[in-house]
Design a protein around this ligand. Structure first.
Ligand code: TNX
Length: 532
């Protein structure tokens, strides 16, 4: 196979050919073959790779029995995942063989598709080369190979999944933490619902699913030390819709399904506010020793744990210790938002102590940016900023306080990153409190490193798109609120800022939507985009 000639970041031109807009956009993920080349179908990837060069030769055709080889056992599941996807989309069965590196270089009936590890690349970095003779993927670690597969699956035209255009791609993410959040507390979502969302996330190269497991309306994770939390707190949901909770086995299935997609689960126990479900389940958490009434409305800010009671800290420790033991990922999220029913000094001492308990489990603590009101956060605490692009009140100062204590930030500005905001006034579900509807253009057009003064690329762990579910009852509802904006968010998280451009994103989004049509993904078609 030829080696790729690597072109740098460059946006060359956009030209209209025969009514079809053909973008020659290197590094913006959409490129056409050179004029006169055999195959002029546009090549399009979301999120845009760092470098994508269309080589201009004939495509590679996947066919029955095409041999796919791996040079390391750690790549076998990724090759298998690619083979499964090809079987489903192109109705072609690939033959997988594991080979040593030596065997890979021998001639004969050579494998046409090869996956290999390359120690010179970072874990999530990959190189992908396709020509008429075959496909070569090299990655620093299995994660990079998995992201290469996500790129590979977008390369063929949606109507002809067996034809892989000849390209050379060199790619790596901008941010280490590329997250989506699902609120399973306001409405409950089954393990298979969550797995469906994991598929959407993985295809866009996001690598974190943050589960908002507890809130006023529901407690969704079994805790053996206090079974009432899930058994009673799990019964309810917004509007008295069906409740539910995850057993340890359910949670382990979610973790395993996520891991198979190189996604880390970040569990959140929100406190000291947003705790009515816990207060309604455990009498001992209440100062008067009687349980609170269940809550199925959508107000916020009315509940608080008793921050002066040692019983509270004992329960917090039981819960976080159990959850940490169930969670292989490095993070525990302790919430901390909208604790309007907690006195400010009580809030400060509570979050300092709760963060200490979380850190003592060995995990890195994450909390909403209000955690910065405490100046006693454990080293490395991560704040999740959910203020506006133009910060108001104390939001910027609280976020900065976390950075000043040696931590990092995840950016989720509510007016651009909140997937539960309506797209426009025609959107059937969702809210509008965060500065009105959030168009795709709004979700796309911001730079996480340019939001907060003194918080640049180095201070950022990454970005996350939260999905609050007060108005969303089913996974269909969730999927339609996420898609297409989650694609915009994925590009914010993955693609270098210099290579991002909304006008170039739109035709790539349309091409991606053709794949969604083929795969049965439910997405909204807000006006302003020439949907297929
Ligand atoms: C604010 S954002 C909340 C949630 C709501 C959401 C609705 C944040 C940390 N708290 O409790 O569900 O608004 O959009």
């Amino acid at each position: 196979m030829r080696t790729a000639t690597t072109l740098g970041l460059a946006v060359l031109a956009t030209l209209a050919m025969g009514g079809l807009v053909v973008g020659v956009l290197q590094a913006a993920g959409l490129a056409s073959a050179p004029p006169g080349a055999a195959d002029a179908a546009p090549v399009s990837v979301v999120p845009a790779p760092v470098e994508l060069v269309v080589r201009g030769g004939a495509p590679f055709t996947l066919s029955e029995g095409t041999v796919i080889a791996t040079d390391d056992a750690s790549l076998d599941p990724i090759a298998a995942a690619y083979a499964d996807a090809v079987a489903e989309r192109a109705h072609v069965a690939l033959t997988h063989v594991a080979l040593s590196t030596d065997a890979l270089s021998t001639d004969g009936d050579e494998p046409r598709i090869r996956f290999s590890l390359d120690a010179t690349l970072d874990e999530e970095e990959y190189r992908l080369e396709v020509d008429a003779d075959g496909i070569e993927v090299a990655a620093g670690a299995p994660a990079g190979a998995f992201w290469a597969v996500q790129t590979l699956l977008q390369l063929p035209p949606a109507h002809d999944a067996s034809r892989v255009p000849a390209v050379a791609v060199h790619d790596a993410p901008r941010f280490a933490y590329r997250g989506a959040m699902l609120d399973v507390a306001r409405h409950f979502f089954s393990v298979s619902d969550v797995e469906r969302y994991l598929d959407r996330i993985a295809a866009l190269k996001l690598n974190v699913l943050h589960l908002h497991l507890t809130d006023d309306q529901g407690w969704r994770i079994a805790i053996d030390a206090h079974p009432e939390l899930a058994e009673i707190g799990g019964r309810y949901a917004v509007d008295s819709d069906p409740g539910g909770y995850y057993t340890h086995e359910d949670y382990r299935r979610i973790v395993a399904s996520a891991a198979a997609r190189f996604i880390t689960i970040v569990p959140e126990i929100d406190m000291p506010g947003h705790t009515n479900a816990a207060l309604a389940s455990l009498a001992e958490l209440n100062p008067d020793g009687t349980v609170a009434k269940p809550y199925t409305g959508i107000e916020v800010g009315f509940s608080s744990l008793d921050t002066r009671s040692e019983t509270t800290y004992a329960v917090v420790e039981d819960v976080l210790t159990e959850l940490a033991a169930l969670t292989p990922g490095p993070y525990l999220h302790i919430g901390g938002d909208e604790s309007h029913a907690t006195q400010p000094e009580d809030y400060r001492s509570f979050v300092g102590r709760a963060a200490g308990i979380a850190a003592s489990t060995g995990k890195t603590v994450i909390g909403w940016h209000q955690l910065g009101q405490s100046d006693e956060l454990p080293p490395g605490t991560v704040g999740q900023y959910w203020g506006y692009l133009e910060p108001e009140g104390n939001d910027a100062a609280e976020a900065r306080s976390i950075v000043d204590q040696g931590g990092q930030l995840i950016m989720s500005p509510a007016d651009v990153a909140y997937l539960d905001m309506k797209y426009d006034i025609l959107t059937p579900h969702g809210l509008t409190w965060a500065k009105g509807p959030t168009r795709i253009e709004d979700a796309y057009g911001w730079d996480p490193a340019a939001v907060l003064p003194g918080v640049g690329e180095e201070q950022l762990l990454g970005v996350e798109a939260p999905m609050w579910t007060e108005t969303l009852r089913t996974m269909d509802d969730v999927e339609q609120m996420a898609m297409p904006r989650l694609a915009a968010m994925a590009e914010v998280a993955w693609t270098p800022q210099a290579a991002r451009d909304y006008a170039a994103f739109v035709p790539r989004l349309v091409t991606l939507a053709r794949h969604w049509d083929a795969e049965g993904v439910h997405y909204l078609r807000p006006h302003g985009i020439p949907w297929p």
